[in-house]
Design a protein around this ligand. Structure first.
Ligand code: SF4
Ligand code: SF4
Ligand code: FES
Length: 231
């Protein structure tokens, strides 16, 4: 198989043997271990949990450790590049700082109401808020949705699908005490209203989450809080 790997401003070609059950991450690892030890890339868990191995594969953002070659190879060729919409540090490694800074700007940290002295907060598994929080909680912070979003490309200040999905998850967490601050944080020009509902984030999320639905929920919650004079 012919593999083109983006390095700085050009592509470098490698010939990689096909193997059964081979993933894109296996291919990149083969190149780095056998053909060119200077190739930089990032991974950790190899089982779809850490979110660190995301790259562009034939121009589509994917988690490479869970993407089998058979699903993506075209005419025995593959093109691999660093994740879109983020600065490149080297080769296939992007700088995720801006991505996680936006989680922080969207108030993506949990702020509990209880103290260490309190009992655990009871949250009914059947409640509507628990169901909505559960829908977004499995995000692994891989950045695939962020690379898929054209609004991020046009407007670098846009908080993006992952940070907004996180904000909506916490808005629905009844144990959290910062809902209004969080709604204020996502109500600005770079927040939920900048989303054009293109759905590419939802189509690409490897965990089958729907940031698009989360952002729609935030839009409703922001509008409701504004009408009530809370924002
Ligand atoms: S739905 Fe919104 S956040 Fe998702 S890709 Fe489209 S514009 Fe970006
Ligand atoms: S929402 Fe999905 S695609 Fe986006 S960072 Fe989380 S797991 Fe990755
Ligand atoms: S290496 Fe951890 S998700 Fe791919």
């Amino acid at each position: 198989m012919r593999v083109s790997v983006k390095r700085a401003d050009s592509y470098q070609e490698f010939e990689v043997p096909r193997q059964p059950s081979q993933t894109v991450l296996d291919v990149v690892t083969y190149i780095q271990r056998v053909l060119d030890p200077t190739l930089a890339y990032r991974f950790a868990c190899r089982v779809g949990m850490c979110g660190s191995c995301a790259m562009m594969v034939n121009d589509v953002p994917r988690w490479t450790c869970r993407t089998h070659i058979d699903r993506v190879v075209r005419n025995d060729k593959l093109e691999i590049a660093p994740l879109r919409n983020l600065p490149v540090i080297r080769d296939l490694v992007v700088d995720m700082r801006e991505f996680f800074d936006k989680w922080s700007r969207a108030k993506g940290e949990f702020r509990g109401r209880q103290t260490r002295e309190d009992d655990c907060a009871p949250v009914s598994p059947q409640s509507e808020t628990r169901r909505l929080a559960d829908a977004g909680i499995e995000c692994i912070g891989c950045g695939v949705c962020y690379a898929a979003c054209d609004v991020v490309k046009w407007n670098p200040d846009y908080l993006g699908p992952a940070a907004l999905n996180r904000a909506w998850t916490l808005v629905n967490d009844v144990r959290d005490r910062e809902t209004l601050d969080r709604l204020r944080a996502v109500a600005g020009d770079a927040g939920c209203h900048a989303c054009h509902s293109h759905v590419s984030c939802t189509e690409r999320c490897p965990k089958h989450l729907s940031p698009t639905a989360a952002i729609a929920g935030l839009k409703r919650a922001v509008a409701k809080a504004a009408l009530q004079g809370d924002l």
